[in-house]
Ligand binder design. Structure first.
Ligand SMILES: [Zn+2]
Ligand SMILES: [Zn+2]
Length: 93
């Protein structure tokens, strides 16, 4: 099964907000950035200091969607799927 191509709305967003997305594995904070400003990305989440992921851990492909769970290139998991639709924060931590 081929994945659907990205639509033009997503392409437009890429042009105005940034090419790629980084997200926090802990709190879900997302950040868009342009390829040329990758070096300026914070190493940790500005909100919770969790790990900010901006590339696939398996193949180093950049992440194009703030809602990506799996890498578009190699299907490696980019973050836990259960983050979606449920609060990530656990009481006491
Ligand atoms: Zn965070
Ligand atoms: Zn990958």
């Amino acid at each position: 099964m081929a994945k659907p191509k990205r639509n033009w709305i997503q392409e437009e967003r890429r042009k105005t907000l940034g090419d790629w997305v980084a997200f926090c594995l802990r709190c879900g904070f997302t950040l868009r950035f342009f390829e040329e400003s990758e070096a300026e990305l914070p190493a940790a989440c500005p909100q919770c200091e969790g790990l900010l992921r901006h590339r696939c851990p398996a193949c180093s492909a950049p992440i194009a969607s703030a809602f990506a769970v799996e890498c578009e290139e190699c299907d490696a998991q980019l973050r836990p799927a259960e983050l979606f639709g449920s609060p990530i924060r656990k009481p006491g931590r």
